[in-house]
Design a protein. Structure first.
Length: 128
């Protein structure tokens, strides 16, 4: 029996690294780069304005570092600051599209990506 692309991708172990973390203390404020952050189940990242929105499905947002160069090229810039993209975590070595609907770990936190995240960036929720 032939496997679907999703089934094949689920069998490939992905090991990525976190390259950048940012939190936005209030809505429309610039992201502040931090070395580490606490992720709270059902609330998001400590210090991020979304953490006050209990039950918000988009508690943490991720983007692949590999896409930053492409975005910079499209904007005709040499590079792009991840803080300008309004994403909390920049990861390298993970195919975020392949994680749709999957549970995965970022550091000591287990996260789940909703099935409807089909963009360059992915939204996740911290779980127990």
């Amino acid at each position: 029996m032939a496997l679907t692309l999703a089934e094949l991708l689920a069998r490939v172990p992905q090991r990525g690294v976190v390259q950048w973390i940012g939190v936005r203390p209030t809505r429309r404020a610039p992201l502040i780069s931090v070395e580490q952050v606490e992720a709270r189940t059902g609330e998001g990242l400590t210090g991020d304005h979304f953490s006050a929105s209990v039950g918000n499905k988009r508690q943490v947002t991720l983007i692949q570092a590999e896409h930053l160069g492409v975005i910079a090229d499209l904007l005709r810039r040499e590079s792009i600051d991840p803080g300008h993209l309004r994403r909390n975590i920049v990861v390298r070595g993970l195919n975020l599209l392949a994680l749709n609907g999957a549970r995965f770990s970022v550091g000591a936190v287990t996260a789940v990506s909703p099935r409807e995240s089909y963009s360059l960036a992915s939204s996740v929720s911290a779980t127990k």
